[in-house]
Ligand binder design. Structure first.
Ligand SMILES: [Ca+2]
Ligand SMILES: [Ca+2]
Length: 165
């Protein structure tokens, strides 16, 4: 999960505003997610993701995050360790393969068109441990439900808990 690369260095690509916003998000969230409670990690990520503050993630907000991540990856390029870069690129491929509208639908249990925090976390039981550790604990994650919902994306999520060598 250590995707933050510190202050911007002169890259070959000029960062887009989306890439810069995503970089600020990572700088704020990564240290929390690596070392602090998974609940705080989700709080921090949620504040960024739910940009209009209506307590739900809309398709538009999720599309913005995906585009921000992609722009950030293009900008940072070689600064991101190759294993993590591949993992993120693979994740993006899977998300695009399934389609964000499908993903929203699969989580949107009450059908209001947005994913609430409860809906998002319905297959996870977060606690005071960092997110990476929670994801490795089969008692805290309903992998069966996640696999049903996410298919191959669930597998790449599992990889988040595994430390890159
Ligand atoms: Ca929202
Ligand atoms: Ca909903």
């Amino acid at each position: 999960m250590s995707l933050a690369t510190g202050p911007a260095t002169a890259g070959r690509h000029a960062p887009t505003p989306e890439a810069q916003a995503f970089d600020r998000f990572l700088a704020a969230t990564s240290p929390i997610c690596e070392r602090q409670s998974s609940l705080l990690c989700v709080d921090s990520a949620w504040r960024f993701a739910d940009s209009d503050g209506d307590q739900g993630l809309s398709l538009g907000e999720l599309t913005g995050i995906r585009d921000g991540l992609r722009a950030w990856l293009t900008w940072k390029d070689e600064e991101v360790p190759v294993a993590q870069r591949r993992m993120v690129q693979f994740g993006l491929l899977l998300v695009d393969g399934m389609g964000l509208p499908y993903l929203v639908e699969s989580y949107d249990a009450d059908g209001d068109g947005a994913v609430s925090r409860t809906e998002l976390l319905s297959d996870l039981r977060l606690d005071a441990r960092p997110l990476g550790q929670v994801l490795l604990d089969s008692n805290a994650v309903d992998w069966e439900a996640l696999n049903r919902r996410l298919g191959p994306i669930a597998g790449s999520l599992k990889g988040l808990g595994v430390k890159p060598e």
